[in-house]
Design a protein around this ligand. Structure first.
Ligand code: GDP
Length: 313
């Protein structure tokens, strides 16, 4: 299990004088990860591994990994390394490239691509801004008028990957939304992973189900990100997380089995999400990656094979 015990590789980072006094009570803005590492263990867990923190509130006899915590479970060292991909420097340019209303207007960028989709108001632009907080020059467009013509916005993250901000769906979505998004999801060759945002206050809504069905129908690998986790009470959040986890476990095929709860206000979960993106785009190697085995186990279970898994490995 990764984390809270600080690892040898990050030891030198924590030899610096404590910055806690300067950081204030809540993490209301982005901080370099070396400062995060100086937090007391409980605060660090809450900020970096919010799901782990939630799991602590479940009954002690609950299934040990009910929330699938151990699937993507990077070390603090790996999370620290992931920061460099998201930090703008003259050698690592992070910038808006262009927008498109149709797939054939999309820029031709020969890199792995990840896209973010979600209902209007789910907190998508806030999340993308939080992910890009180490590149403050990047402007993420915020739509204040529901239903106005929205585009797909393409951002280049160094030479590593492209991030696409998709138009929000749901209430008064642009008429051409379905065509635009469907075609992109179905035909974009470089698209590696879709991040589907769900509001942790209200859970999965009708409009979210349509997006989920789209991802399932096109057999896309996608990941569910729960936004605004600073908003609900702990009890309400836990209820939503358990319900959504159950939904993912029982009703989806292409969804990554681990949820990613985040807050663009407190930055909780942002570091882990950056590390996940850097890893799946092939830019960062992490050792604590148990997906293959777990997925294989799940497929075997689905096929109702009685053969003991241990005999197969
Ligand atoms: P978008 O339409 O999906 O791009 O949503 P926005 O990012 O514009 O956010 C919609 C509203 O939710 C705004 O009022 C944000 O301030 C608020 N919001 C977004 N993310 C968070 C969050 O993590 N925590 C809280 N408390 N509010 C958030």
């Amino acid at each position: 299990m990764a984390a809270p015990g600080l690892l040898p590789g990050v030891g030198r980072l924590i030899e610096m004088p404590s910055a806690l006094g300067r950081l204030g009570r809540a993490y209301s803005k982005s901080h370099a990860f070396k400062e995060v590492l100086q937090l007391p263990k409980m605060e660090l867990t809450k900020l970096v591994f919010p799901l782990q923190e939630l799991q602590r509130h479940l009954l002690p006899d609950a299934q040990p990994d009910l929330l699938q915590l151990r699937i993507f479970d990077p070390s603090l060292e790996a999370i620290a390394r992931a920061e460099s991909f998201f930090t703008a420097t003259p050698r690592n340019r992070i910038e808006y490239v262009s927008s498109a209303v149709r797939l054939d207007h999309a820029p031709d960028l020969p890199r792995p691509e990840v896209c973010f989709i979600g209902r209007s108001n789910v907190g998508k632009s806030s999340l993308i801004k939080a992910l890009f907080s180490l590149a403050p020059e990047v402007e993420v467009r915020v739509s204040k008028t529901p239903g106005h013509t929205k585009k797909m916005d393409f951002f280049k993250v160094g030479k590593y990957f492209t991030l696409v901000d998709m138009p929000g769906y749901g209430y008064r979505a642009p008429e051409d939304f379905v065509d635009m998004v469907e075609t992109y999801l179905k035909e974009r060759k470089t698209l590696l992973r879709t991040f589907l945002l769900v509001d942790s206050v209200v859970g999965i809504q009708k409009a979210d189900n349509i997006a989920i069905e789209m991802c399932e129908e096109f057999a896309l690998p996608y990941v569910m990100v729960l936004t605004k986790i600073d908003k609900p009470s702990k009890g309400h959040l836990l209820k939503q997380v358990l319900e959504i986890q159950k939904f993912v476990d029982t009703k989806t095929q292409g969804c990554f089995p681990q949820l990613f709860p985040v807050s663009a206000m407190t930055y909780s979960g942002i570091h882990l999400l950056r590390c996940f993106i850097a890893t799946i785009t092939g830019n960062l190697k992490t050792n604590e990656w148990h997906l293959t085995l777990l997925k294989t186990q799940r497929i075997l279970c689905q096929l109702e094979l009685n053969t003991s898994i241990s005999t197969l490995f």
